[in-house]
Design a binder for this molecule. Sequence first.
Ligand SMILES: [Zn+2]
Length: 432
Amino acid sequence: MRGFTFKVQKNISEISLPKINSKENSPTDFLGRTGVISTPHGEIQTPAFIPVGTKATVKGVLPESISELGAQAVLSNAYHLYLQPGPIIIDQAGGLGKFMNWQKPTFTDSGGFQVLSLGVGFKKVIAMDAETFRSDEVIAEKKSRLAQVDDDGVTFKSHLNGSLHRFTPEISLEIQHQLGADIIFAFDECTTLHNTRRYQEKSLERTRLWAIRSLKAHNKLTEERVGKPYQALFGVIQGAQYEDLRRKAARDLAEIKEDGYGFDGFGFGGALDKKKLNEILYWMASELPANKPRHLLGIGEPADLFTGVENGADTFDCVAPSREARTSAVYTKDGRVNLTNQKFNEDFGSIDQECGCYTCKNYTAAYLNHLFRAKEMMASTLATIHNEFFIVNLVDQIRTTIESGEYFEFKADFLGRYFANKVEVPKPARGK
Ligand SMILES: [Zn+2]
């Protein structure tokens, strides 16, 4: 026992399907479940949405407010914190949670995605639509490459000042141990849908070898850093849009053991073709042991959260709720709306009449419309509180309705209404 556990509570496959759910699915097709992750800084009731605080802050919102809106954990980014303020400072502060005054569990991602995305351009979109996707959205040919990957690691230039750095699995794990988050990730190579099949195969093997090195480094650091709370290491499954590669990667990672220890959980990573999200997640989850948690990296759009949960994802993170909020886009039960729209300037009701968040309880849509138009900082703060609440609460409701057996009815009601008026779907995004 290393201070980290996951307990499955109820499987979606135990719920009897209502008539609305048609022929293509039988209950056994659903790999989703509810559960409880226990970490040294507390429990996470799953499924759960984890807000992103890239640089140890969810932009513009106090940690106290993030906690009050129901978030059970936050996820920060190893790449950004490595560059600024540096992992040693955060280690000296007593770890990420203590540094940012966050009392609940924390995650860090390995930095692999961030450093590799420097190599292929500056786009942060990781979930993409294969049909409309253009190579130049990911591969910025004319821009000078800021990262070079080889079998040992990645050499990259800081986006802050151009200084040269190198990440290897061992370095990423050392940084993540210094940051001290409860859940950390193996260093992986993140490919795009645009890479050739041959490259995907080569990259997958590289990621497998990096996973083994990550686990070894993790075991060594766990032993060396006596007295520190245990950090759980998740292996990250790649394989792009290929079924055989995704399944192989999941099987390989599930089998890896070093000194008797395997991964504590798994991350679903990499380029995810949105139209095939369902299948891709299913391929991976069906190869993984049921008793370990799975995190879906970089997904947070409402419809995708249902897809994620049904296909076995237990936790999610995404910058979308806060990033969208800062551009005045907010979620409502009737779809996404833009608060700068003229129609809100005399709307003295809340953004969403049914929302129980702090912003909706205390402020009007007209006031937010004014704050955004006047470019006041509080606009971002209030809109972010609403959006994070909306998504955290949505996943909490998914959890509650799986437990009560009303999941399929809830899903039909929610999505039916959310998409009834328009099809303006915010892009899921991962990264800064
Ligand atoms: Zn609200």
